[in-house]
Design a protein around this ligand. Structure first.
Ligand SMILES: Cc1ncc(COP(=O)(O)O)c(C=O)c1O
Length: 433
């Protein structure tokens, strides 16, 4: 996007280039204000937001109930460190996570953290202590974060891994189902069984960690029969099943957790992103006998479960657990999918429309026969969309997937406007190819 001279945007971006680390990817949109599915920049331009700060706004920017709860908490206290001063908002979030937990019957406990990566690392710590085993199994196309262990578990070299080694030990990778690219449930299960024979003793595996809908890897929903067979294999070998629901959870796909679509019960569920309604908050939830394997002092952190973030999360969880929210997510998913499929019927470079509920994407290819990933077309589409006033994200190992993460509570007119811009932008980009 050409930056106009003499604008506020130019002034801020110049300062950014001067002071901010180059390694943090740069956006040309300088935000002044946001509400619902709308963002306004410092020069007064309005955007429809289909990104939500990467899936953090399932309830929309400045969700009023969260903002009110934040204001109320800000006037009481901002920080205690839960290990120094006990406060109720932390306990209340854990109570709500227990009530909503997909991890089966029995008492549930939670631990609150600052980020998805930190929560993933803590889930692995818990699984290791609970099983007394060292190994972790992850999957192709995974994204679990950018800290050492989470980065090791992530499956994309550039930009997430190149130059950042050595990586953490005892992480093993298996193919995950990706039907569009030839890996179905049978192939993935066979590969996992092969891994157990060839590379890692299943009796030394603490946990498998799997995103229920793989997010950064390309919005690939895990088939229910794969989750069932994975869970059965885990039971057989005493391996814990950790569901990474950092992006797919908190109502994104309809139910609070995407894994609920399958009926499979993970041992631990990891939450983040939309949980804090825009404030940094993440969680690990699971059965008490698993989570409480770690003795006092083994888990924690200075800011994890910050009271202001917890106040926001309580408002978010109350909202996403309602039948009305579920109905909105289902209706939004149906609407967006229908529109993406209509685009796919016209534009041959749309190889596949896929997703679960309102977590939807289009995979772009040079042509339907070769299915060669088209990262250039994807980039041109997101750039054209931005010029027309839509914030749109790509994803995928080959950066050739366009994803839609519009707030579930978005106004109908914003969704329509965003979809129209998406369609125009892709049509223009594809016809120029
Ligand atoms: C599925 C999944 N897990 C973990 C993470 C890491 O979360 P964070 O960026 O908050 O560390 C992400 C972030 O995109 C994610 O999508």
């Amino acid at each position: 996007m050409a930056i106009q001279h003499g604008t506020e945007t130019e002034r801020v971006l110049e300062a950014r280039a001067r002071y901010v680390a180059r390694g943090v990817a740069a956006s040309p949109i300088v935000v002044a204000r946001a509400e619902g599915a709308r963002i306004w920049d410092v020069d007064g331009r309005a955007y429809v937001d289909f990104a939500g700060g990467i899936g953090c706004q399932n309830t929309g920017h400045n969700f009023p109930a969260a903002v009110a709860a934040i204001h109320e908490q800000v006037d009481r206290y901002l920080h205690q460190c839960f290990m120094v001063g006990t406060y109720e908002p932390y306990i209340d979030v854990c109570r709500r996570l227990a009530e909503l937990s997909p991890c089966g019957a029995g008492e549930q406990r939670s631990l609150l953290l600052n980020s998805g990566a930190e929560a993933i690392e803590n889930a692995v710590k818990i699984a290791r202590v609970a099983t007394g085993r060292p190994a972790v199994v992850v999957f192709d196309y995974a994204f679990h974060g950018r800290t050492l262990l989470a980065m090791t578990m992530t499956s994309k070299v550039v930009p997430y891994k190149r130059g950042f080694g050595p990586f953490a030990p005892e992480v093993y990778r298996a193919p995950a189902p990706y039907p569009y690219r030839g890996t179905d449930t049978d192939v993935a299960v066979a590969a996992l069984e092969h891994l157990f024979k060839a590379d890692v003793d299943p009796e030394s595996i603490a946990c498998v960690v799997l995103e229920t809908v793989q997010g950064e890897g390309g919005f690939i929903p895990m088939p229910a029969d794969f989750l069932e067979r994975l869970s059965a294999l885990c039971h057989e070998h005493g391996i814990l099943y950790v569901a990474d629901e950092v992006q797919s959870g908190i109502g994104r796909t309809g139910p609070v957790w995407a894994v609920e679509h399958s009926g499979v019960e993970p041992d631990l569920v990891v939450s983040g992103k939309s949980l804090g309604g825009g404030l940094p908050l993440a969680g690990v939830t699971g059965r008490a006998d698993v989570v409480d394997a770690v003795p006092p002092g083994g888990l924690g952190g200075t800011f994890g479960g910050n009271p202001v973030a917890c106040a926001a999360a309580l408002a978010v969880l109350d909202q996403v657990a309602t039948p009305d929210f579920r109905a909105r997510a289902d209706a939004l998913g149906t609407k967006v999918r229908g529109r993406l499929e209509a685009i796919a019927a016209r534009v041959p470079q749309v190889g596949e429309v896929r997703g679960l509920g309102a977590m939807l994407a289009m995979e772009l290819v040079t042509d339907p026969e070769s299915r060669r990933p088209d990262a250039d077309l994807t980039k041109r589409t997101t750039a054209l969309a931005r010029e027309r006033g839509l914030v749109l994200l790509s994803c995928g190992l080959y950066s050739n997937v366009i994803r839609v993460l519009v707030p579930i509570l978005a106004d109908e007119s914003d969704v329509d406007e965003g979809l129209a811009i998406l369609e125009e932008s892709l049509t223009e980009a594809a016809s120029a190819a």
